[in-house]
Design a protein. Sequence first.
Length: 367
Amino acid sequence: PTRCNSESSSKVGTMAHLRPDMNYVRLRDNTFVTTYQRTFKHPKFETRLPMHGMSMLTPRGGIPLSARGPPSTRNVGAAGSPVMKTQAGAVAATANKKKASAASLGVLRLDYNYPPAPGDIDHPDSFDYDVYYRVVPGFTFEMCQSGKMTKEVHNEFIEAINYLLSKGVHGITGDCGFMMYFQKLARSLTSIPVFMSSLAQLPAVTCAYARHEKVAIFTANGKSLSPMRGLIRDECGVDTQEQRYIIVGCQDIPGFEAVAEGKKVDVPKVTPGMVELAQKVIAEHPDLRAILMECTELGPYSDAVRAATGLPVFDAITCCNFFLAGVKDNKNFGLNNWQQEWDHEQADYHYGDNLTAAQKSHLVNKV
């Protein structure tokens, strides 16, 4: 080969495109490489891959690598081939394996009976999975709001938790936001998720927005949430008295007084007032980004508020759905057919069911 430099490159017409600051070696007519390229040696690779422990790995085809043979001998996908037989065996094994039970929720109920509306946590049609209810005899709304139990009610509370666990539920909640007072007690009795109030999702909602953006917390009565400040801070890690949280009481909405009276709420009558209140709060706080319904009887209005305001609205139902989603089969991807399907039928439950005669005798609100 002829060595060329920047001085001699002008003598070769075909070298006009070469860089003047590089030295080149002429291999043949009109073919040049740099001296660096000339000295570079291509690495050599072992053509055989040692398998060792990898030889037993089974890729998607279903046949161990060590047993696959060269490509020309494979009969991939043909009827009766090893691939098809292995795949069929895997499907059969999955079908024969006992499936996990369908996701289900356990709800602790106050010793308090009222006719719930769809969207209320005490209405089973609010959910698209099985729900099991259990009243705690003697556990009245007043006792729950105080945050203190008698010894007898404490024991009944434990009995109720154990009943729900015996039904195989995947999460436990309560039918009153004030049950947050007993979140720690319920959590100590089981290893499954416990979310006694819709406030359990407040940390995630808070995290989704900047510190200057606000979250409204709607309650049945605005003043009743103040005593829970320390509890919410300890359990949820947020301080509801920070400026970013707007506490909104719904006690003055026409028709909503039925909640305090324990009567059936006329949802169509209350809905316009609930929407109007939400719009008023947004007008006063343009930087409001989300609404959280703390009271379990506010769920029936969530959709109307979403539609009217365009804001995300979280409630007791979204809280339950969040935790139950963690144990449900996602059919869009991954392993499927490992969990039983929900039969779309809720148990026929009435207040006081699942109690013994002795337990029913301890009810304040008699069946």
